[in-house]
Design a protein around this ligand. Structure first.
Ligand SMILES: Nc1nc2c(ncn2[C@@H]2O[C@H](COP(=O)(O)OP(=O)(O)OP(=O)(O)O)[C@@H](O)[C@H]2O)c(=O)[nH]1
Ligand SMILES: [Mg+2]
Length: 331
């Protein structure tokens, strides 16, 4: 996959640049407002590029070292670092951040946030305090912004203060609130929710290593047509995060929503979790404030989180980052 970023005053101008450089098969991966310029569009095309290539660039060795150092800083386990570095080193790209994005795209999968449109209810799994209720509220806030209603179903109403917290969120967000204690009640609550609503189910925090709790969680959603996402705080140990993710995947999770990106420096935990359990990254919590919503995640966004902006390196400029500085340059 060949990735490139373009800046332009507006979308039609950006699309013209994308088509001229990458052809009609190019797909847009992300668009961002670029202060004082207009917009920045990152696009990708599958076919081999004829022009710049990280592997052909004169500073390719420094670039590969810098990618490895960035992944090392984030405590990404060695086997995954090797896989990403190997892919990045042979991918055609204009800078090594985009080469890393291409490698991430090959190794991990991503799913869109369900706020704008989704047909299946999203059930949030996770350990105590992972950020499940906040994430449920952020998703309902996002649905509201997208002009859609939200229905919040809590399976954690019996916890002290649990119902009060979720009721306060639902009231503030104008979301419908229902409660369910088991799979049967959950099926009923889902059936009672308007079909055009985003339906989010907030579950009780459970330990992934308590077999009985995990069996109950799995049984509660087993017969339902739902999607389940694991809510997992960033900054945790990579092996612990992977074991947690594998246990929740076994209970039915197919997606991952990392939280507390704002309060963590190392992203290796949730990256390893997604890779080990085969979970698609959906979006991330980046603030304790519900109004901040969730950060949509894709390969480019994740690569930019891994690589500090001041150390981005361009194959065109030849301005290589000092890999050593990556070990101390985050934050
Ligand atoms: N900094 C930061 N804090 C967060 C984020 N998401 C959640 N929190 C905070 O983490 C704490 C726990 O969040 P909850 O949403 O209550 O977590 P939970 O998983 O529902 O917790 P239990 O219901 O007790 O299992 C709260 O203080 C939240 O404000 C985030 O993205 N960034
Ligand atoms: Mg909660």
């Amino acid at each position: 996959m060949h990735l490139r970023s373009f800046t332009a005053r507006n979308m039609p101008e950006a699309m013209a640049k994308v088509r001229a450089a990458l052809g009609k098969d190019a797909v847009i991966l992300s668009t961002e407002d670029e202060f004082g310029v207009g917009i920045r569009v990152t696009a990708a095309v599958e076919e081999e590029a004829e022009t710049s290539n990280l592997a052909m660039a004169p500073d390719a060795f420094e670039a590969v070292d810098a990618i490895a150092a960035a992944l090392d800083y984030h405590n990404v386990p060695r086997h995954l670092t090797e896989r990403l570095v190997n892919s990045a080193s042979i991918l055609p790209a204009d800078d090594w951040c985009l080469a890393l994005a291409g490698a991430i795209d090959e190794a991990l999968s991503f799913a869109p946030l369900p706020t704008k449109m989704s047909t299946r209810p999203l059930v949030l799994f996770g350990v105590n305090g992972a950020g499940k209720t906040s994430t449920a509220a952020k998703l309902c806030a996002g649905a509201r912004l997208a002009g859609r209603g939200g229905s919040l179903i809590t399976m954690d109403a019996d916890k002290t203060g649990g119902l009060a917290q979720v009721s306060a969120f639902a009231e503030a967000l104008g979301a419908r609130l229902d409660r369910a204690r088991d799979g049967k009640e959950l099926a009923k609550a889902i059936g009672n929710s308007p079909s055009d609503h985003l339906i989010v189910v907030d579950t009780m925090g459970v330990s992934p290593f308590e077999a009985n709790d995990m069996r109950q969680l799995k049984a509660a959603v087993a017969d339902l047509d739902i999607e389940a996402a694991l809510v997992l705080p960033a900054g945790s140990d990579a092996v612990e995060s992977a074991e947690t993710a594998i246990a929740f995947a076994e209970a039915g999770a197919t997606c991952l929503i990392p939280t507390r990106l704002d309060a963590a420096r190392r992203m290796g935990g949730f990256i390893n979790a997604a890779h080990a359990a085969g979970l698609a990254m959906m979006g991330a919590g980046n603030s304790p404030n519900i109004g901040a919503g969730l950060l949509p995640l894709n390969a480019v966004v994740l690569a930019r989180l891994i690589v500090p902006e001041k150390l981005h390196w361009s194959a065109h400029s030849g301005d290589a980052a000092d890999p050593q500085s990556l070990r101390t340059g985050h934050g």
